[in-house]
Every structure is written in structure tokens, then in C-alpha cells.
Design a protein around this ligand. Structure first.
Ligand code: ADP
Ligand code: MG
Length: 328
């Protein structure tokens, strides 16, 4: 790939977790009811995402890895709102293919054969028939093998995997009707049934103890402000753990990270928390897209709000109210 292409790829692909995010979003867009994610060495060696979605025939498969090709029709609001839903630009697969060895195997629903396509460093190296189930499997090996400067900046496997885990967890929690599975170096991290509601899914991901103790947020307790509604579950302080990776935030249904939200949650727990422990929280908020900072790249998970301060206050109050109701 040219330098320009590598920079473009960097907009989409920062680390294994960003690849996982794009591939999982594609599986959801493809109406999958089952999504399996398996990574090796934190995703630095390989990332495999398989789904039972609509699949692709040979022609769609060839198109999927071309530049700026998308099969998804989006309206202009998606582009202007700063918070588009899932895929809309047709650049993810192309970008991933430019900086890895990418193999896609796919068979359309009801189709009688599958196709395998291999891209290496941006070039389509091979397309051939393949025996495979309906749906799509995408394997990304040796991420950044041809961009040493980026490969060098990847963290240790455990850290990269923690990011992957956060992403898959967030999508699993937001989609209780889809069965998710996550595997690292051949060992299952979690699996959800795809049959439950939010609390059942939290149980599949975080375990029974955490799930049963979680407290529901009450939208009625939230003061007026930019957030139109706040809902979800937060952990009982007794089940908190020593890690930072247990916060899943959704703005208008889209998984994001936001410092304002993280800080607000921590503030509400402040008096309850031992210094090395972190809460679990699953937060769904609704907001007018124009109250989200428009300078944020639509591909990035990290967002800011136009009025961070008031958003922070709304969330702190919501979480503090939940803890208070438990007598904390
Ligand atoms: P976008 O999602 O923005 O359209 P991508 O580069 O992520 O762009 O994907 C390109 C195209 O490849 C999609 O529009 C879709 O047609 C096809 N595609 C990608 N992943 C899958 C999948 N898991 N199942 C079916 N089709 C897929
Ligand atoms: Mg996509």
C-alpha cells in the first residue's frame, strides 16, 4: 500500500480491538444471530470473527475489499450527526486488508457454494471456491506486519486482549438476542446464550455474583440536562474488581467510550470504593446528536459531549441514586 493508504488505514485500524470492532459491526449489519470471536496473542497474531449472517457470493466478496465500497445505504443524517450507526463508508475491510494478511470465507444464505478470498498487504492474492457453512468468517493475521512502526507500538498481549475483551463484551451486552463467544489462545473467555435480557447477558459475561447484585438505574432520578434519558445497570460495590475494563457505555445505541462518563461513574462510587477496585456498569444514554462534539471522527469510539459538565452531573446523580436505594 502507498503511504496515503497506510495513513487512511490508521484512521480505522489502531490496534487489534479496532479490527474486532469493525468485524463484529459487519456481522451485526449482516443480521447474524451468532458471532464468534477468537484471537491469538491478544489479536496481534490472529483475529477470527465468524458469523451466520447473510454471507457474500464471489462478486460481493471481491467488492467488499475494494476501496470505498459499501453495500449499505445510509442517509445523509448518518454522516452529519457525528454518530453514525455501524458501517457506512465501506473503508474498514479495505483498510484492514492493507495492513495484514486477510482471509475471508463466505457463503450466502441459501447459496450452494462458498468462496475464499485472500488479501495480503492490500493485494488480492487469491480467490477460490471453498467449502464453508452459510455466513462469513474473516481472519486477520499478522496485523501491521508491513507497517513496522505501528507493530512496534502494540502493547503486550494481555493489554491488547483486554481491549478486545471490552469491545466484544460491549457488543454482547447491547445485543442480548445474539449469541456471542470470545476465545483467547484457544480458551473461552465468555459465551452468551443470545436468549436472555440484559441481566442474563451480564451473567453470561461477568458471572452470577456480579449480575445478581447489579442495581438498575432510575431515569426519574436524573436531573434535566443534555441527556434525554439514562438507563442500565451498575454494580454493587461489594462485587467490584481490580480492573478498569468493566464500563460499557452506549450513546443512542452506539458503543462509545467517553471520559466524562467514566469520571462521572467513578465519582458516584467514590466513597464506596477501595482505591484499587472498579465498578461494573452498563449505561444506555439518549442525546440529541447535535449535543455530541462534532469534531470527533465517526470511526473513533472515543467521544466528547458539547456540555461535558452537565452530562457528567446527570450520570453521577443517576448512579448515586442507585447506590442510595441499596442503602449505600
Ligand atoms: P461498511 O461496513 O462500511 O459497508 P466494510 O469495509 O466494513 O464497509 O465492509 C464492506 C462490505 O463488505 C459491506 O458493505 C458488506 O457488504 C460486506 N461485508 C463485510 N463483512 C460482512 C459480513 N460479515 N457478512 C456479510 N457481508 C459483509
Ligand atoms: Mg463495516
Amino acid at each position: 500500500p502507498t503511504t496515503v493508504e497506510r495513513i487512511a488505514a490508521g484512521e480505522v485500524v489502531e490496534r487489534p480491538a479496532s479490527v474486532v470492532k469493525e468485524l463484529v459491526e459487519n456481522s451485526l449489519d449482516a443480521d447474524a444471530s451468532r458471532v464468534r470471536v477468537a484471537v491469538e496473542s491478544g489479536g496481534t497474531e490472529s483475529i477470527r470473527v465468524s458469523d451466520d449472517g447473510i454471507g457474500m457470493d464471489e462478486q460481493s466478496l471481491r467488492r467488499a475489499v475494494e476501496k470505498h465500497t459499501t453495500s449499505k445505504i445510509r442517509n445523509i443524517d448518518d454522516l452529519e450527526g457525528g454518530l453514525a450507526t455501524l458501517g457506512f463508508r465501506g473503508e474498514a475491510l479495505h483498510a484492514i486488508g492493507a495492513v495484514s494478511r486477510l482471509t475471508i470465507t463466505s457463503r450466502p444464505q441459501g447459496g450452494d457454494r462458498g468462496t475464499e478470498l485472500l488479501v495480503e498487504g492490500g493485494d488480492v492474492e487469491r480467490v477460490r471456491p471453498a467449502g464453508c457453512p452459510e455466513g462469513t468468517t474473516i481472519e486477520v493475521e499478522d496485523l501491521f506486519y508491513n507497517v513496522p512502526a505501528r507493530r512496534k507500538y502494540l502493547s503486550q498481549d494481555a493489554t491488547e486482549f483486554a481491549h478486545v475483551n471490552s469491545v466484544v463484551t460491549a457488543y454482547a451486552l447491547a445485543n442480548p438476542d445474539i449469541a456471542f463467544e470470545l476465545e483467547h489462545d484457544g480458551r473461552e473467555t465468555f459465551a452468551t446464550t443470545g436468549q436472555g435480557g440484559l441481566r442474563e447477558t451480564v451473567m453470561d459475561v461477568y458471572g452470577r455474583e456480579v449480575a445478581q447484585a447489579m442495581i438498575e438505574l432510575d431515569d426519574e432520578a436524573v436531573p434535566e440536562g443534555p441527556l434525554e434519558s439514562v438507563s442500565g445497570l451498575v454494580s454493587h460495590p461489594e462485587t467490584n474488581r481490580a480492573s478498569r475494563e468493566y464500563l460499557s457505555t452506549y450513546v443512542n445505541g452506539r458503543y462509545v467510550t467517553a471520559d466524562a462518563v467514566r469520571e462521572a461513574v467513578m465519582e458516584a462510587y467514590e466513597t464506596q470504593l477501595a482505591s484499587d477496585r472498579y465498578p461494573f456498569a452498563v449505561l444506555f444514554v439518549e442525546i440529541d446528536p447535535s449535543d455530541v462534539d462534532v469534531n470527533v471522527h465517526p470511526r473513533k469510539m472515543d467521544i466528547r459531549f458539547a456540555d461535558d459538565e452537565r452530562v457528567r452531573e446527570q450520570i453521577t446523580v443517576a448512579v448515586a441514586d442507585a447506590l442510595k436505594r441499596e442503602g449505600l
